[in-house]
Write a protein that binds this ligand. Sequence first.
Ligand SMILES: [Zn+2]
Length: 191
Amino acid sequence: MKTKKNKKVLGKKKTQRTLKKQEAIVDWPIKRRVLYRPERYQYIKKIDQPKTCVFCDAASMGVGKASLCVYRSEYSMILLNKFPYNNGHILILPLNHIGNLLELSPVQYEDLMATVRKAMMAIENIYHPAAMNLGMNHGAAAGAGIPDHLHFHIVPRWSGDLNFFPLIAETKVVIETLEQTFDNFMRYFSK
Ligand SMILES: [Zn+2]
């Protein structure tokens, strides 16, 4: 016969079993929290298949506010990111429509890397950030929004600069307008 006390013990055991099961799932492959955002896929899908390549369009327009291009070398260019994660978020990319870094010719590659360095120097001089994120999503599965035209991202960072807003409210706190960012870079590159 189940007494009140027995029921309580059984309940506790069940909870322990459930907890163990949950821990086993969380432990694989590594222990971390995952925030699922299926709506992000809609955004990726939308910009994944543009009618024309926005980067090639910018390359043909050259430096200017319409293209958001602030610097152009023989084989590469620096664009402002239209959807910045932080002030001064820029993109560095080859002028030609190419998605694979390994397919760049040596001279295109060297020019691109030199432009990455120029972009970092510009950010250092304009924003004096505490740090920078420099990286590339190489290929669609890696998260590239425009996988057919490779591009590095540089995001200047300050301690505690990005808060919970991007996660909870689809809102990014960027204290500078794109126009101000454009003017900052133009001033720097025209020196
Ligand atoms: Zn392109």
